[in-house]
Design a protein around this ligand. Sequence first.
Ligand SMILES: Nc1ncnc2c1ncn2[C@@H]1O[C@H](COP(=O)(O)OP(=O)(O)O)[C@@H](O)[C@H]1O
Ligand SMILES: [Mg+2]
Length: 254
Amino acid sequence: MVKPLTSAVILKDVKKTFDGKDYVLKGIDLSIPKGSLTAIIGFSGTGKSVVLKHMLGLFKPTSGSIEVLGQDLNELNINQLTLFRQKFGVLFQSAALFDDMTVLENVCFPLTEHRRDLTKVRMAEIAEEKLLEVGLEKKHFGKLPSEISGGMQKRTGLARALALDPDILIYDEPTTGLDPILTEMVDDLIVKTHKHRQGITSIMVSHDLYAAFRIADYVAMLDAGRVLLYGTPDDFYNSNIELVKKFVAKGMKH
Ligand SMILES: Nc1ncnc2c1ncn2[C@@H]1O[C@H](COP(=O)(O)OP(=O)(O)O)[C@@H](O)[C@H]1O
Ligand SMILES: [Mg+2]
């Protein structure tokens, strides 16, 4: 009998050192439920981005294992990992769009890289579909990133992350540096996209606790390379862990 798959990502005792001396990750155990919107929070430099890069197979753990959608990443070679990475859509802090490509060309890019079986016309159709899904109007599709607003750039970046219909969406500090209005727009976009895409797993690293607790099903707080607390937003409000209480109080001053 096939075991039902309930976790999208499982990290087991993941340790990582870059210099063979100091451990950035000191034994991360984390299981992210399939279909959930999970936030990873914690002070700056605690290893949040490093954890995400392990999930993406961009970093190899010094020890421990990472399983994504039932696949142990340790078993894949570089080429297989590159292919496997198509299961992810990623949106970083800066939308990281190509300046010399139009909005539409930016969203087509992953398709031209990975879906050579498709015609150019079909690729453009898919890109238009994704752009409309994230709420960008057609009149902007032919513009360069420099000709559209910051909010539209975020939408374009998200449309590009959706181009290959990923199983897992990863956001690393998607709202850092944005004004409050744009922050709320991006948060709403994350929730809307998560709800719209049945079964998708969304993993968001955020410095914005208010947003994390408002929109996430589960929250994992990292501290010094370990998971300090993992649970629902309510588990965080009710926690007696001193550092959690401090962090929650600080983050809630909005
Ligand atoms: N490629 C790398 N080589 C060496 N050290 C790294 C590398 N990437 C991250 N680190 C270190 O790992 C620690 C955690 O970084 P990071 O995960 O980026 O923190 P954050 O929680 O702010 O996202 C930091 O001390 C950082 O300097
Ligand atoms: Mg980071």
